[in-house]
Design a protein around this ligand. Structure first.
Ligand SMILES: Cc1ncc(COP(=O)(O)O)c(C=O)c1O
Length: 412
């Protein structure tokens, strides 16, 4: 390992984020990180795709952007445009799409192009930690809107927009995860989407629609995307292959008008996102995506059942949760005396990693006894064992759940 003989400390400019912790590996029972199920990566199809695409056009790797230009590999953008038209009702073409390194880079580009220190952004009260940390690092004020089982509450949004306006504050955007909300797992109805768009128009606040879980719905068709329903072009749509194929590929995309994409492209200084990954996806997806995804979601649903059963068996009525509509996580409420920031530390020492609620919420008190459990990556056996260890740690630290024999089972 390189040792630091030279002292760089005086050179760091002010405003750098705190140093990253060194990675120490996944916990034995890992319920964090949004990882996918290793058994569900479509390896054979990806191997065939990589062979076929490299044989056919591998020499284009010699050119930045594969001779497709800075927006990303054209055949993949064609596939995405077709898929978005079919599944989400979005009427776009390849030129409306910018390929990025995961939807995280999309969030960075949105923020860099729209935000300055002191600005205000509206988010769901419980929301993606990666979005919250980015906003707080930029010194942006965040207004959290409460959720119900249909997603962001429109009465609360209308009130917040009115309050902000009265204070002379014009929010820069509304960040929303309408299709399998992270962490609550809800899907916003078409009617509520229409209300959201109406409020966005009334107050002239654009929407950033993060749709990275939209493929992972247990049943039925997804509602149209906000982007598809907008008549004003005020929605920036973000998508990803992380959840439907594999997160380590780091392939995401932004759909927005050129006036917006052109500003983001000017900020995207990496000379293009990973090309081989884009080539492989463009080869694999057209013939396989629509058969792969239902198989993946069936497997995820089975793991969710195992998780909910394990929570019922170990925590009984002490663990409250709603059955999510899709996705890879469960948002759990424990009794108020449980501090999940403390539970997280104690559980980690016992080999179980969990996401403590306060890191996923703008309202730390409301989320203090909540936690997020990701279920795609651990095996069924690890889910069962991990939840048993978590219950043991929680009992020792906070006295809940009661002894196993006394655990009252939830009716489901
Ligand atoms: C809501 C949401 N947005 C964005 C991301 C980032 O995903 P990626 O950069 O892998 O596309 C995640 C990852 O878990 C997420 O949950």
């Amino acid at each position: 390992m390189t040792s630091a003989l030279f002292d760089f400390t005086p050179l760091w400019p002010t405003g750098l984020p705190a140093p990253a912790a060194r990675w120490t590996g996944l916990a034995r029972y890992s319920f964090v990180g949004g990882n996918n199920d290793p058994d569900q990566v479509p390896l054979d199809g990806l191997i065939d795709a990589v062979n076929a695409v490299l044989r056919r056009e591998g020499r284009t790797l010699a050119t930045y952007g594969l001779a497709s230009g800075p927006q990303g590999y054209h055949p993949l953008r064609e596939f995405i445009a077709t898929k978005l038209r079919r599944d989400a009702g979005i009427n776009c073409i390849a030129d409306d799409i910018l390929m990025v390194s995961g939807s995280l880079q999309a969030l960075d580009l949105v923020n860099q192009s729209l935000l300055a220190r002191g600005d205000t952004v509206i988010v769901e009260r419980d929301t993606y930690q990666g979005a919250l940390t980015r906003l707080s690092r930029m010194g942006v004020n965040v207004t959290g809107i409460p959720l119900d089982d249909g997603g962001m509450r429109m009465d609360a949004l209308a009130e917040a927009l009115g309050d902000l306006k009265r204070c002379g504050i014009q929010p820069k955007y509304i960040y929303v995860i309408p299709t399998v909300q992270n962490p609550t797992g809800t899907i916003m109805s078409e009617a509520r989407r229409a209300e959201l768009l109406a409020l966005s128009q009334e107050y002239s606040v654009p929407i950033v629609e993060d749709d990275c879980y939209a493929d992972l719905i247990w049943e039925g068709a997804r509602p149209p995307a906000l982007h598809a329903m907008s008549r004003t072009g005020a929605v920036i749509h973000i998508g990803s292959f992380s959840k439907s194929i594999a997160p380590a590929l780091r392939v995401g995309y932004i759909v927005a008008p050129w006036a917006v994409l052109s500003r983001m492209l000017a900020l995207k200084t990496d000379a293009g996102s990973g090309a081989l990954e884009q080539m492989v996806l463009a080869e694999y997806c057209p013939p396989h995506f629509t058969t792969h995804v239902p198989k993946l979601t069936r497997g995820l649903r089975a793991k969710l059942e195992t998780l909910m059963d394990a929570l019922d068996a170990q925590f009984g009525t002490a663990a409250e949760f709603s059955d999510p509509k899709g996705g890879i996580f469960l948002w759990v409420k424990l009794p108020d005396q449980v501090d999940t920031l403390k539970l997280c530390q104690a559980a980690l020492a016992a080999g179980v990693s969990i996401n403590p609620g306060p890191e996923w919420s703008t309202d730390k008190a409301h989320a203090g006894s909540r936690l997020r459990l990701c279920f795609a990556s651990p095996s069924h056996e690890q889910i069962r064992e991990g939840v048993a260890v978590l219950a043991e740690v929680c009992r020792k630290e906070f006295g809940v759940p009661a002894r196993i024999a006394n655990v009252e089972r939830r009716a489901r």
